[in-house]
Design a protein around this ligand. Structure first.
Ligand code: SF4
Length: 684
């Protein structure tokens, strides 16, 4: 064991919780694109074509490389596909593409052994490399468990030896949903089980003096995924290892959901300096993934140049410990919502995080403006209907609306304006810290919001705040490493024992539109880029706090984007962090060469009939080999089990096997109805 390494992170998972500092890992050679060490964070993706379709796979790989992929992964479900990787590689090289190829292996050591002689890297899943999944619970004695490890070693060692001989790298890729029955029996469905699953294989590799490893800990639940990667780093370091990390959220879905979910998990880790390569898994064309991954990663290029530290640990370069400061009450491997008081039934306590929408710059003469905040006005009935995603507060700054608001929607005004309101019903003030102190008795008896920044916590004014049940803080930041800046504030509140609720506020300005958008097409593209940036940045910045239980509300200020986009992003972040459920969750795989139906079309079809089933989790998986395992905690599953054949799941149980694809969605809805989980769209 490398004791320096143990000291290095002091039992924690990253170099610093307060400054950006990349955790420098061992450099691993993958073809001519090295990974880890001081190399840039690499971008990668996976093909969705049939691996036996050589031309289709070559063409798709080229599109992926042109979109920014630095490695291309291709599935090899059996020996014949593994062999065909040679032809794919040959044709790519002939066309001038030297991109390293990665063979994706599940269940088939014989295919892995063929592929490892051809491609630059193989990915194995320790949950199924030498085990079949039967969902059995087995009580192993220590001796029996050791016997199982020896059985696995015998199956795994030949692949390691081939990789050593051919200079092939290997990813040991654990998936939350496909842990072996052996691991599940001993460690359960936990981050610890995920880590141990990989560590067993990593230790075997080291026994064989093979170190060309990359590790991943994926889950479709960003919270689990973040905890597992953190625990992996701490465990690796404790054992003197520093292998590069491949980051990804599995089965993230498509569109806004897929982007936000990916950013919450991947972004939270990147913020802490973890991650050497990123794959964003979207149920979209694979070339759509790289731009998202690039956008996520590019924020850290500037930050890493500002805070790079080197030492001689692990026999290679590694990161030095920098400032490290977190309260003992904070456990980064377990979710625990920060304990706060309930501010007069508005926010905090056990309530779900609140959403603030900024409508201050909008047309406040027309009640239709509230549609963007989730309140739909019917002029005929002169009443509002609430949508699934209705915000809790609207910030109007100093603008006064000329219509009546719905009674359950609270309005926030700047203090000076609030003071002058004749009728303050449902209206609450937003103060600066200085204003709040000097306002003394001229405050709301129910709810007062006070804007603060991290540095304020050291001030005399902050020290003199009366923390009664009406006070809620709005935490802002202008720091480059804003998430850590805001997290430090939460740590300090914990240390001071202050239970005041906090709304996390972030502001995004991407640059004013210029004349270059002369036509509608370029304007549409520009707006869609801004939308993606907002989804990724806000999900990273706020998601990283929410997965640790910090934040009683969120407030996104993005004046360049339509208010409905901002509202939807806010609710998407809360959904992805599972802190407030406002819609159906789809756990849909990105598809690959094993896929048995058109995943994008099928996902849209299922979504069109079930998107009103708030809170349900529906898995949509392309194949029966990995699908059932990978769906993790889905309530229902729609899984391809043959050409035009679907198997439907209730939880982990197959309830209808190999039914016709034509009836499968109706049958799925029938099962949901039988379970009493169906509501009609109109009711919803
Ligand atoms: S679940 Fe989807 S991505 Fe995973 S192996 Fe099956 S088809 Fe491929």
């Amino acid at each position: 064991m490398n004791t320096d390494a143990v000291k290095l992170l002091q039992g924690r998972y990253c170099n610093s919780l307060t400054e950006y500092s990349r955790f420098i890992t061992r450099e691993v050679n993958i073809g001519d694109v090295p990974l880890g060490g001081n190399n840039p964070i690499r971008i990668q993706s996976m093909t969705t074509t049939d691996t036996m379709d050589t031309i289709g796979t070559v063409e798709q790989s080229i599109r992926m490389v042109d979109a920014g992929c630095e490695y291309v992964r291709i599935t090899a479900p059996s020996i014949k596909e593994a062999q065909n990787l040679a032809e794919i590689k040959k044709q790519l090289r002939q066309r001038g593409y030297t991109v390293p190829l990665v063979a994706d292996i599940h269940f088939t050591p014989n295919a892995a052994e063929v592929a490892a002689r051809i491609v630059e890297k193989v990915r194995v899943n320790p949950g199924n490399y030498a085990d079949k999944k039967k969902f059995d619970q087995i009580d192993y004695t220590d001796l029996e468990y050791q016997g199982e490890l020896e059985r696995i070693y015998k199956k795994f060692a030949p692949l390691v030896k081939i990789c050593k001989e051919y200079g092939t790298a290997m990813r040991i890729g654990t998936n939350h949903g496909s842990l072996s029955d052996r691991i599940m029996s001993r460690y359960g469905d936990t981050p610890q089980g995920m880590v141990e699953s990989a560590m067993e294989f990593m230790r075997m590799c080291e026994t064989l003096n093979y170190y060309n490893l990359v590790i991943s800990m994926k889950s479709s639940n960003p919270q689990v995924m973040v905890q597992a990667y953190r625990l992996l780093v701490e465990t690796m370091v404790a054992e003197g290892m520093n292998y590069p990390l491949h980051l990804g959220v599995t089965e993230a879905g498509d569109g806004e959901d897929g982007r936000i979910k990916s950013a919450v998990g991947i972004g939270a880790l990147l913020e802490d300096g973890l991650g050497d390569t990123v794959r964003v898994s979207l149920t979209e064309e694979p070339e759509a993934e790289a731009p998202v991954a690039i956008e996520l990663v590019k924020r850290y290029t500037e930050r890493s140049q500002n805070s790079k530290f080197k030492s001689q640990n692990f026999g290679q370069e590694s990161s030095l410990l920098t400032t490290h400061h977190s309260p003992l009450t904070h456990n980064p491997y377990e979710y625990k919502k920060r304990h706060t008081y309930e501010a007069n039934a508005f926010i905090g306590g056990h309530m779900v995080p609140r959403v603030v929408a900024d409508l201050s710059g909008k047309n406040l003469k027309d009640p239709a403006v509230l549609k963007d905040a989730g309140y739909i006005y019917s002029p005929l009935l002169d009443k509002y209907n609430m949508a699934e995603q209705s915000v809790d507060f609207v910030y109007l700054a100093d603008a006064l609306p000329s219509f009546t608001f719905p009674s359950n929607l609270k309005q926030l005004y700047n203090y000076n304006t609030w003071q002058k309101l004749a009728d303050k019903t449902n209206c609450h003030p937003v103060f600066s810290l200085a204003e709040y102190i000097s306002a003394d008795t001229d405050r709301s008896s129910k709810l007062n919001l006070v804007r603060v920044q991290h540095a304020d916590i050291e001030s005399d004014e902050f020290g003199s705040l009366p923390f009664d049940n009406s006070l809620v803080l709005v935490l802002e930041t202008t720091a480059l490493h804003g998430m850590a800046d805001q997290r430090s504030f939460f740590f300090k509140l914990e240390e001071l024992g202050l239970e005041v609720p906090v709304i996390v506020k972030r502001s995004y300005e991407f640059g004013v539109m210029s004349n270059k958008f002369k036509n509608q097409n370029s304007l549409t593209t520009h707006n869609s880029q801004l939308t993606t940036m907002l989804q990724l940045y806000a999900a990273t910045d706020m998601g990283a706090l929410l997965v640790d239980g910090f934040g009683d509300g969120i407030w996104i200020d993005a004046p360049e984007l339509p208010a409905n986009v901002v509202t939807s992003t806010a609710f998407g972040i809360l959904q992805a962090t599972r802190s407030r459920i406002s819609k159906t969750e789809y756990i849909s795989c990105p598809s690959c060469g094993r896929t048995l139906f058109d995943l994008m079309v099928t996902t849209q079809m299922i979504r069109s009939r079930t998107s009103h089933l708030k809170g349900l989790k529906i898995g949509i998986m392309g194949c029966i080999v990995n699908g059932p395992g990978e769906m993790a905690d889905a309530d229902y599953g729609y899984v391809g089990s043959g050409t035009d054949k679907i198997t439907l799941y209730r939880g982990k149980e197959a309830v209808k096997k190999n039914i016709s694809a034509a009836n499968a969605l109706d049958e799925l809805i029938g099962i949901i109805k039988d379970d009493g989980n169906w509501v009609e769209q109109e009711q919803a």
